[in-house]
Design a binder for this molecule. Sequence first.
Ligand SMILES: Cc1ncc(C[n+]2csc(CCOP(=O)(O)OP(=O)(O)O)c2C)c(N)n1
Length: 596
Amino acid sequence: MRMTGGEYIAEFLARLGSDRVFLLTGGACAFMVDAVARHPRLSYTCFHHEQAAAMAADAVWRVSGRVGVTMATSGPGATNLITGIACSYFDSIPSLHLTGQVNQRESSAFQGAAVRQSGFQQTNIVEMVRPITKYAVMVRSARELPAELGKAYTIATSARMGPVLVDVPIDIQQEEVEPSFDPILTPPLPAERSSDVSGAVASTLASAQRPIVLWGAGIGLAGVQEEVSRWLKDKALPFVSSWGGLSYFDHDQPGFLGQIGVYGNRGANFVLQNADAVLVLGSRLDNRQRSGNPRNFAVGAAVHVLDCDIEELRKYRKDHYRTSQIDFRLLPAVLRETEVAPANSEWQAYVAEMKSRYFHPESDASGSRPNRLCPYEVVRRINAVIAEDAIVAVDTGACLCWVFQSFKVKNHNLFTAGGNSPMGYALPAAIGAKLVAPDRQVLAIVGDGGFQLNIQELQTLVRHQLNVAIIVMNNRSYGIIKQFQDSYLGRRHHASQDGYSAPDFRHVAEAYGLGYRRVESPDDLTGSLFSAGPIVIEVVLNEDTRIEPKLEMGRPINDQFPYLGAADYSAANRFVNYPRKEFPEQSPFTKNGGPR
Ligand SMILES: Cc1ncc(C[n+]2csc(CCOP(=O)(O)OP(=O)(O)O)c2C)c(N)n1
């Protein structure tokens, strides 16, 4: 049975179980959109900005393990996808983007001349997204469709995963094609002997007196979190996590000490910095983790990084880290074969002390003043009243730090677009999540600034009556930027407070027909709020609410602001000597919040 190119695309998606397409239509994609609409096993959701559709598609994989799909028209529709596609690329999330392109006859009208554009809304989207996709191609005849779609899907979902884009001219959406559906096979496990990597890991751990494991997102992306978690328990190894890794295990697991980095939990940073062996499992150690100066990271340790991407390992040549490239599906086998030296009791006692002193007491000093809400208390309260398997999509800015510093995962999905970190991610991500996991509680946590970047998607929520709670942490400014300006720009709040404004969110909610609740105390946050239909929950914060602890430039991650007094500092850094940088005379912190 012959079908059109558009119908072939629809059938291809249905067979892969990518049965929900997120889109904003237009002339150049109208035929494939129509085919999706007519397909009995597919449905589509209209977003109000293509960027939001791409962010929602990114969230689909994060909560369901199925590949999210978008469709957009040529020109501005396609370019609007870019920010969302970049989210998937940097966080290794597979997603498939299908863009319409002008009819090939139109585009060839001026062949031979280097005109900027020939067809209306023609844009070379393939070249534009090449650096942020694993594969991008324009299909030139309907005959190419089966092979190109299969290839794109396979590339998106194999090795280090990521987004792909297939650009489909209008004539190809209409052209007839002889369908062929070769099954898409999961790439087989490599034949490489996992025992080589086991031997290398064992040699890192065998001589270690003070070992620590860093849990990265790669573990969850490969789906081996259960096995890794069990191994850590069996071996009684302490571990810390990257932000990307946080979603994949129960934070009550005894060995877990928190997340590390610039906005890390103090205790986690201390332990990592005092270790003599750091085993990094599937984390790319970006500079939010190691700080701007990697030379300050784990200076007393042998650092051994396991990653599936050889380029991520090459970057450590100057750091002299040990590296092992491995398909993470083999990680459980590797770990099973790895001998670990019995724990050193002095190290165990130190780790326990750091955990009991510094795990989750975050509380910003500005928030604990009278009549002010502490954002960390708000997050802990939300954490306590929502379902243990709720999905929590978080935006960017200070609100992201507050959540990732103090939220404890049980069976939740806790995620953000960590690498790209665009304002406006959380709302569309929550919509995408709710559409593919309708039975789960879904929250978006955003700042007043980030909320305004995809605020139009409130209409998508209302249109589909999606039971999503949007928590707006409203400090009436770009809080994280202000905190930066306080440190390095003489407290001048240009373009973060001065020049910035936000609307009355109650009126916004009413205009869209959403529920609304104003929160001035953690007690206002009751469990029923989160299942009361689409709702905006506005948390009223002071404009000076801060992220604490936070690293200031030029220091190692074990010396965060607010600064500890000398005795606490040296007790926490008792195994490795980190000479402490002077506190500048004029620093706002020495005046107000210096070492205490
Ligand atoms: C699209 C985009 N533009 C600019 C930025 C830079 N940026 C990062 S956080 C931030 C402020 C966020 O303010 P808000 O959402 O109110 O959160 P807060 O820091 O106040 O909690 C800005 C401007 C960004 N991440 N993304």
